[in-house]
Ligand binder design. Structure first.
Ligand SMILES: Cc1ncc(C[n+]2csc(CCOP(=O)(O)OP(=O)(O)O)c2C)c(N)n1
Length: 326
């Protein structure tokens, strides 16, 4: 791992701890029925987005899936705006109309949050095409699960991105399960980089549990996409520690498998790196935990106290098809 300072180590450590604690709080609030609808947690996968998003520039764009709370927070959507959105409150980033799966912030070029598997890929191609046509030198990153690679949209998007030379970084978060379906049960080719390489773009497959690796490889990929203006494919091999969603009884995998994978918790792996660099995480952690807790408590209080949207605003921002109604 590259040498980093104590302040840098603390910052990266805090980023992952914020995501972990934020989502643990979301699970608690979901069970208390404060958060309704669907809720998909990213717990276990934190090193993927944490190793990538901080390296993006303001002019770059991000598109994610329904498992996107972490991505939004890392991009700078405030914990208040994300939490209020999940509560369905008017102060949420989408006025409470989107909920957990549709976190969106145009000002940060964070274009969702999307409930449809693989739907973010063609959106990313469109955003990158728009940038290219308007001569803006920017990178579009699209995050998706390996389940999206069994969809036609994956192939159409990869094909057009390469054919039209678009600066898209296809970032696959391979947690080896698409809902209850293990990779080998849904893919004839389980080596995802083989599929991606058939589109003649540079591919990488990296350990998605080790922040030192995800950060190094993501930075390289982002720089190369920016400089070349061409797409690339980056696979993070990762694992989700929680069920697919809060509704999922998680019966398709052995508990022993989950326990085994939890030994490679990305936060613990990073703490080991901290020790190797001469910093004691046990000394740093209490302060970081306290500041993370304060940020989350503030977000929950804000969401609790915020109003829901006025009924009179129900049709505001709703597009009426031409010719419909009177
Ligand atoms: C087009 C489409 N088909 C099916 C679903 C139902 N569905 C929701 S999540 C999911 C699994 C997706 O797995 P993956 O892409 O690997 O992402 P992960 O949930 O593992 O992050 C499926 C099949 C959907 N939302 N959209």
């Amino acid at each position: 791992m590259l040498k980093i300072t104590k302040d840098e180590a603390t910052l990266w450590h805090r980023r992952m701890l914020l995501l972990r604690r934020f989502e643990e709080k979301c699970a608690e609030l979901y069970n208390a029925t404060k958060i309704r609808g669907f809720l998909h947690l990213y717990i276990g996968e934190e090193a993927c987005a944490t190793g990538l998003i901080p390296f993006l520039k303001p002019e770059d764009s991000i598109i994610a899936t329904y498992r996107e709370h972490a991505h939004a927070l890392l991009r700078g959507v405030s914990a208040r705006a994300v939490m209020a959105e999940m509560f369905g409150k008017a102060t949420g980033c989408c006025k409470g109309r989107g909920g957990s799966m549709h976190i969106f912030d145009k000002s940060l070029r964070f274009f969702g949050g999307n409930g449809i598997v693989a739907a973010g890929l063609p959106l990313a191609v469109g955003v990158a095409l728009g940038d290219k046509m308007q001569k803006r030198k920017a990178v579009t990153v699209v995050f998706f699960g390996e389940g999206a690679m069994a969809e036609g949209e994956f192939h159409e998007s990869m094909n057009l991105a390469k054919l039209w030379k678009l600066p898209v970084l296809f970032a696959c978060e391979n947690n080896f399960y698409a809902m209850g379906t293990a990779l080998a049960r849904s893919e004839s080719e389980t080596n995802l980089t083989v599929k991606a390489a058939s589109y003649h773009m540079k591919v990488r497959s990296v350990d998605g549990m080790d922040l030192a690796v995800t950060a190094r490889e993501s930075l390289a990929a982002i720089n190369e996409v920016r400089e070349s203006g061409n797409p690339q494919f980056l696979e993070f091999q990762t694992y989700r520690f929680r069920a697919h969603s809060m509704y999922d009884p998680d019966l398709y995998r052995d508990k022993a498998e989950v326990t085994e994978k939890q030994k490679r918790d990305p936060i613990l792996i990073f703490e080991q790196h901290m020790r190797e660099q001469g910093f004691n995480p046990d000394e740093i952690r209490p302060q970081v935990e306290a500041s993370v807790k304060a940020e989350i408590d503030d977000a929950v209080k804000f969401a609790e106290e915020s109003p829901v949207e006025e009924i009179s605003d129900l049709l505001k921002d709703v597009t009426t098809p031409v010719g419909a109604g009177s």
